[in-house]
Design a binder for this molecule. Structure first.
Ligand SMILES: Cc1cc2nc3c(=O)[nH]c(=O)nc-3n(C[C@H](O)[C@H](O)[C@H](O)COP(=O)(O)OP(=O)(O)OC[C@H]3O[C@@H](n4cnc5c(N)ncnc54)[C@H](O)[C@@H]3O)c2cc1C
Length: 415
C-alpha cells in the first residue's frame, strides 16, 4: 500500500459524499478500489441535500469555514480542509461541467437547473468510474470482523470480503430512509473504538404545546432563546427566523438551537422564547409608554402587529386578555407589560424530544481523539480509516457538513 508505493486493495463502505471522494481519490492514486453502497444508487442523501439543490460548500478562506465548527472539530478538520478545500471541490466539479454560484449568505450551490443536486452526484460518479472504482450498489455491509490492530474482513450478504485497507464512510444516523441507520458506530464501539452516541442536531423542535393553527407562519429577524425552564437562566441564543409547524417549530434558528435544546431537555429543564424585538423589555416598555403619550388612540393590536405576524395578533391578545379594540391610552400597567412580553419573549414553551431522524446531521460519532486528522486512520489500528459524518463532526447549516465530508473523504483516500 501507500508506504512502499505499491498498489493496495481498498474497500470503501458507503457511497455518499465522503465515500465517493475517498474512493475516487484512492483509485486516482493507483489503488484497486471497491465502493460498497447499501442503496440501489449512490449519493442518496446528497440528492436531497439543500432541498434538492445541494448546498455544496461555503464560500470563504479555510480559516473562516473552520470557525463555523466547534473548537475541537475545527482543530481536527484543519489539515484535511487545507488539503482539499472548498475551492478544490468546486474546481473538481467545474471540470465535470457543474457550474456553481454563491448566494449572498456565502452558501454555494450548483446553477439552478432541475435536479441540480443529482448533477453533483453524477459528477462524482463519473470521476470515480473514470479512475476505475468498482462500484457495488445494493451492498449493505452487515458486520465487521477482526480486532485491533487489524480488521480482518467485512460481511456482505453473509460472505466475508477482505482487503488491505478499509475506509468506513457510512455517514450519520439521521434520515435512516436514505440508508444511514448509524449501525456501524455500534459495531466500532463493540471493537473498543471510542465513540460518542448519536445525538440529534439541526432538526425541527417539537413543542409540548404546539400551535398547529399557526403552521407556516414565520417569526423573523429576531432571536430564538433557550433557557433552563420558564424562570431559568439563559443558556443559548440564536439570531434568525423560525417557522411554526404542526408539531412545533422549524426554520434556521430552530435547527441551529435543536442540539442545545435537546441537551437542556435531557438535563431536566428547557424553555424556548422568541424575541421579535431584541432590546431589553425595559427599553421596549419605555418606548411603548412614550407612544402612549404621543399616540394615545393607537390600537394595542396595531402596535403589536408591527412586531408580530398578523395571524398571531388576535389569538395572542385573547390569551393575554387584551381587548382587540383597546387603545394605548387605556392600557393598564399589566396589559402593557403583557404586550411588551409578547414582543420581547413570546413563550414557545417546553420542547419535546428532538428527533434524531429528522436532523440534517447527526451529532456524535467516532471520537476525534481516536483518529489521525491527516489520514483519517483510526489510532491503534493498521488498516482502518474513518471519514464523513461517521466522525464526531457536525457543522451548522450552510454547506459545512458536505465540505467536512469531502475533505475528510479526500484525506482517507490519500494512501
Ligand atoms: C435533508 C438533508 C439536507 C441536507 N442538506 C445539506 C446541504 O445542503 N449542505 C450540507 O453541507 N449538508 C447538508 N446535509 C448534510 C449532509 O448531507 C451530510 O452531512 C453528508 O451527506 C454526510 O456525508 P457522508 O458521506 O458522511 O454520509 P452520507 O452522504 O449519508 O453517505 C453515507 C452512505 O453510506 C451508506 N451506508 C450506511 N451504512 C452502510 C452499510 N452498512 N453498508 C453499506 N453502505 C452503507 C448509506 O446508504 C449512505 O449512502 C443535509 C442532510 C439532510 C438529511
Amino acid at each position: 500500500m501507500g508506504h512502499d508505493g505499491g498498489m493496495a486493495k481498498i474497500i470503501v463502505v458507503g457511497g455518499g459524499a465522503a465515500g465517493l471522494v475517498a474512493a475516487w481519490r484512492a483509485a486516482s492514486l493507483g489503488h484497486a478500489v471497491q465502493l460498497l453502497e447499501a442503496n440501489g444508487r449512490l449519493g442518496v442523501k446528497l440528492r436531497i441535500s439543500g432541498g434538492g439543490k445541494c448546498n455544496i460548500t461555503h464560500d470563504g478562506p479555510p480559516k473562516a469555514l473552520l470557525s463555523a465548527f466547534s473548537k475541537a472539530q475545527a482543530r481536527f478538520l484543519r489539515p484535511s480542509l487545507h488539503a482539499f478545500d472548498n475551492a478544490a471541490v468546486l474546481d473538481l466539479l467545474r471540470r465535470e461541467g457543474v457550474e456553481t454560484y454563491t448566494r449572498d449568505n456565502g452558501r454555494v450551490f450548483p446553477l439552478d437547473r432541475p435536479g441540480s443536486a443529482g448533477a453533483v452526484v453524477a459528477a462524482f460518479e463519473t470521476l470515480a468510474h473514470r479512475v476505475g472504482v468498482d462500484v457495488r450498489t445494493g451492498a449493505r455491509v452487515t458486520a465487521l470482523q477482526g480486532r485491533a490492530p487489524r480488521l480482518e474482513g467485512l460481511l456482505l450478504n453473509g460472505e466475508p470480503l477482505h482487503c488491505d485497507v478499509y475506509v468506513l464512510a457510512t455517514g450519520g444516523a439521521s434520515y435512516p430512509e436514505t440508508g444511514t441507520r448509524g449501525e456501524v458506530l455500534g459495531w466500532l464501539k463493540g471493537l473498543g473504538v471510542p465513540v460518542l452516541p448519536w445525538f440529534p442536531a439541526l432538526a425541527p423542535i417539537p413543542l409540548q404545546r404546539p400551535r398547529p393553527s399557526w403552521e407556516g407562519v414565520s417569526l423573523r429577524e429576531g432571536d430564538l432563546r433557550l433557557q433552563a425552564g420558564p424562570e431559568g437562566r439563559r443558556l443559548e441564543t440564536f439570531a434568525g427566523d423560525i417557522v411554526f409547524t404542526k408539531a412545533g417549530i422549524s426554520g434556521p434558528a430552530a435547527l441551529e438551537l435543536s442540539q442545545a435544546t435537546e441537551r437542556a431537555r435531557r438535563e431536566g429543564a428547557a424553555w424556548l422564547t422568541y424575541a421579535s424585538i431584541r432590546e431589553l423589555p425595559e427599553a421596549v416598555d419605555a418606548a411603548l409608554q412614550a407612544e402612549q403619550r404621543t399616540n394615545p388612540r393607537l390600537l394595542a393590536a396595531t402596535w403589536i402587529q408591527r412586531h408580530l405576524p398578523e395571524r398571531l395578533v388576535e389569538p395572542l391578545l385573547q390569551e393575554a386578555g387584551i381587548d382587540r379594540g383597546l387603545m394605548l391610552k387605556d392600557l393598564s400597567r399589566s396589559a402593557r407589560k403583557a404586550l411588551v412580553a409578547l414582543a420581547t419573549a413570546l413563550p414557545l414553551g417546553e420542547p419535546q424530544a428532538v428527533p434524531l431522524a429528522r436532523g440534517e446531521v447527526a451529532a456524535g460519532g467516532v471520537d476525534l481523539g481516536a483518529v489521525d486528522p491527516r489520514t483519517m486512520a483510526l489510532r491503534g489500528w493498521d488498516n482502518l480509516r474513518i471519514c464523513g459524518e461517521l466522525l464526531d463532526i457536525d457543522g451548522p447549516v450552510g454547506g459545512y457538513n458536505l465540505q467536512a465530508a469531502f475533505s475528510t473523504g479526500y484525506a482517507a483516500g490519500t494512501l
